[in-house]
Design a binder for this molecule. Structure first.
Ligand SMILES: Nc1ncnc2c1ncn2[C@@H]1O[C@H](COP(=O)(O)OP(=O)(O)OP(=O)(O)O)[C@@H](O)[C@H]1O
Ligand SMILES: [Mg+2]
Length: 242
């Protein structure tokens, strides 16, 4: 039997100011899977996930999440989304930000308190919990944003470059946690520039100039391109044989 489809975008087209940014993009993700979107800067990764969630309007094509056609406010509220730029309250501490967003997500007091401590520890910010966010470094802000998006363990987690500015050792811990979240039956869509992160995904979509250039498991992509790493797939794809 087919696995349960959590999110899908079919034949999506999107232009900004008459410039085409997405062209016939189809992506799908099933329950419990991690989908990685990779591709050069400006290729359309962020636009793809925003359109998938209905945050940007498509010119053509359809998108569905939990089998509901997007945009849909109710469904959008159920998605854990971490944008590429941090949306944090600078004058509040890290912990207060977690508290604020956790309340918005409707987490109960006790569960929220536990989730805050757990996620502060996960992103290595326990010692900085009481410090105002305006005094955080870029990487610390990124880690706080990630902790916020992980608070509620949503069924669909959409993370736009969550590990930018995060050290390799911490990245390993974060990936362990992402895999645990997926194993518990949640789905994750993640964009990344880090190729060894792409190797850890169940499925990889390589987006180039607004098109899905390649799609499949890391193993299948490596086989298709006759290379040993996803980085080599990326490099082969990015330099078209002219
Ligand atoms: N709101 C917008 N208005 C106009 N152009 C936009 C808008 N959002 C994105 N674009 C353009 O669409 C293209 C794709 O952008 P997008 O942010 O999706 O790329 P990306 O793959 O996420 O890149 P990066 O890896 O740098 O984050 C870019 O050329 C960008 O300039
Ligand atoms: Mg982007």
């Amino acid at each position: 039997m087919a696995e349960m489809m959590i999110a899908e975008m079919q034949h999506a087209y999107k232009s900004f100011d008459k410039r085409r940014v997405l062209e016939d993009v189809t992506i799908e993700i099933e329950k419990g899977k991690i989908l990685g979107l990779i591709g050069p800067s400006g290729a359309g990764k962020s636009t793809t996930i925003k359109c998938l969630m209905g945050m940007e309007k498509l010119d053509r094509g359809t998108t569905k999440i939990f089998n509901v056609t997007m945009p849909n406010r109710k469904i959008l509220a159920k998605i854990g989304y971490m944008g590429q730029s941090d949306a944090l309250y600078e004058s509040l501490s890290g912990e207060e930000n977690l508290q604020f967003f956790g309340n918005l997500m409707g987490l109960k007091k006790k569960a929220l308190a536990a989730a805050i401590q757990e996620n502060l520890a996960l992103v290595n910010l326990s010692d900085a919990a009481k410090i105002q966010v305006q005094n955080y470094s870029g990487g610390m802000k990124r880690r706080l944003s990630l902790a916020i998006s992980l608070l509620a363990k949503p069924e669909l987690l959409v993370l736009d470059e969550p590990t930018v500015g995060i050290d390799p050792s911490l990245r390993v811990e974060i990936w362990k946690q992402l895999r645990t979240i997926a194993t518990q039956g949640n789905s994750i869509i993640i964009t990344t520039h880090v190729m060894d992160e792409a190797e850890k995904c169940d499925l990889v979509g390589l987006i180039i100039e607004g098109k899905v250039f390649a799609w499949g498991s890391p193993a299948a992509l490596k086989k298709q391109f006759k290379v040993d790493t996803i980085e080599a797939v990326f490099l082969k794809a990015e330099v078209p044989s002219k």
